[in-house]
Design a protein around this ligand. Structure first.
Ligand code: AMP
Ligand code: ZN
Length: 114
């Protein structure tokens, strides 16, 4: 997807502070952090929303969750706790249409979310 900001990050056309990378998944610092720790985990393959996830692509979500937990461990906030969020479409607050898992840590999180 040429007009997708996260595909451009995957391609190296837009800089990002990479936290983790393998053949399927990329994790990087959110540009506008909403917590002391805010990392985004994305599949390298363009999938616009969670609604577009096929059975074939579904395993990448498990991979993203494991990367999120590893990032939390590496950064020392796994035991204290953290929040993972995947926003979907307009009412879910999605602004970038390439699926991503937010990993937020370093402060207490409220519930219900806003
Ligand atoms: P969402 O609102 O759930 O779609 O989240 C999109 C997230 O992407 C927001 O937290 C943005 O701050 C973040 N974001 C947008 N552009 C970039 C970028 N170039 N590098 C890093 N994070 C970005
Ligand atoms: Zn994309």
């Amino acid at each position: 997807m040429t007009d997708c900001v996260f595909c451009k990050i995957v391609a190296g056309d837009i800089p990002a502070k990479t936290v983790f990378e393998d053949e399927e998944v990329l994790a990087f610092e959110d540009l506008s952090p909403q917590a002391p720790q805010h990392v985004l985990v994305i599949p390298k393959k363009h999938i616009a929303t969670l609604n577009d996830l096929t059975a074939e692509d579904a395993p990448v979500i498990g991979k993203m969750a494991r990367v999120a937990a590893q990032v939390a461990r590496d950064r020392g906030f796994a035991e204290d706790g953290y929040r993972t969020v995947m926003n979907c479409n307009q009412l879910g607050g999605q602004t970038v249409y390439h699926i991503h898992m937010h990993v937020l840590g370093g402060r207490g999180m409220s519930w219900p979310p806003g």
